[in-house]
Design a protein around this ligand. Structure first.
Ligand code: PAF
Length: 321
């Protein structure tokens, strides 16, 4: 009997501790760039740490809008998320500079900025906002979709009821272009488009394709007005409970998730337009000269952006090669 108890005790000590569950919430479907990032993260972490953690995915805003999920991380009720910089600017205002239209030239420029000093400085600021940021993911350049017609010049935006993220930088830009922007959390957008409460919205091809916006929008204008990034974040309460080896594995998993997200975005940037045309969308692409007209129309908001974020920071971002 004595031996039996000793054997039981030994077995209990030798057994792996119960796996800790990670609830990960994100706005889009599992077959989106968010899903690709979340799955790559899980795979990498499992390769590094075996069965120490299990993942429970809540795609398609299953835990609510991005702001609510981020508040869950602050409270420690949700362990992980991938969320857009547009929402995150409400937590770390400096991140709002990335939402300045036409500031980032192309994906290569954006990736170099975010992978460098400026990106690292911004990630570090999340600690004081009650969040732990692991790495910059990606959505791609945002374009306009609508049910009212193709957009060729700012005049085509006049009075357009366009949904924007809850982001003052975007609101200001669309107002200056003559549109009637409406800030709205993502989970309400498809319903609002279906009901005609709004005429259009703006998002990258990664979102337009994966959220099947061709079913509710007739026109797509490839204007690439702003680059949209994301951040992979964990709850600081959860993070503080990890040991150093686990933290290193999370950091590696985040890097692997970024690679997967960027690959998804590169792929959809190549194949997305054809798929959307097949889905019935009419697509036009602005020439560099047409884009310059939009950029010039933003001279006033640009002064406000410089006052808000500092001309130095904007110049520093633009100087990155
Ligand atoms: O438009 C937005 O709110 C974001 O781009 C989305 C679709 C929620 C992804 O982060």
């Amino acid at each position: 009997m004595k031996h039996f108890h000793a054997a039981m005790l030994f077995a209990a000590l030798a057994a792996p501790a119960t796996a800790q569950e990670i609830k990960i919430g994100y706005a889009l479907a599992t077959d989106s760039h968010y899903g690709a990032g979340a799955q790559a993260f899980e795979k990498s972490l499992t390769e590094s740490l075996g069965d120490q953690f299990t993942f429970r995915h809540f795609p398609s805003s299953g835990l609510g809008g991005e702001r609510e999920v981020l508040e869950g991380l602050q409270l420690g009720t949700v362990e992980m998320t991938i969320a857009s910089d547009g929402t995150l600017a409400n937590f770390v205002p400096e991140v709002g500079v990335l939402g300045v239209p036409f500031l980032l030239r192309d994906k290569a420029h954006a990736r170099t900025v975010l992978d460098g000093e400026i990106g690292d400085e911004m990630l570090a600021k999340f600690e004081t906002a009650g969040l732990h940021a692991l790495a910059w993911g990606e959505q791609g350049f945002r374009h306009i979709t609508s049910n009212r017609g193709a957009v060729e010049t700012p005049a085509d935006l006049a009075g357009l009821k366009i949904r924007t993220m809850e982001n003052p930088v975007h609101l200001e830009a669309f107002r200056a272009l003559g549109a009637a922007p409406t800030p709205m959390a993502w989970p309400e957008v498809i319903g609002a488009l279906e009901q005609g409460a709004i005429d259009g919205q703006e998002n990258p091809l990664s979102v337009i394709v994966s959220a099947k916006l061709a079913e509710v929008q007739d026109y797509l204008t490839l204007d690439g007005h702003v680059y949209s990034s994301t951040i992979i974040l964990v709850s600081p309460i959860f993070w503080d409970g990890l040991d150093d080896a686990q933290k290193a594995a999370f950091e590696k998993a985040a890097d692997d998730a970024v690679v997967a997200m960027r690959a998804y975005v590169d792929d959809v940037d190549t194949s997305g337009v054809a798929a959307l045309r097949e889905g019935g969308m009419e697509v036009n692409e602005l020439s560099p000269e047409q884009k310059a007209v939009f950029r010039d129309a933003l001279a006033e908001p640009y002064k406000a952006y410089e006052a808000q974020f500092g001309k130095d920071l904007m110049d520093r971002i633009q100087a990155v090669q």
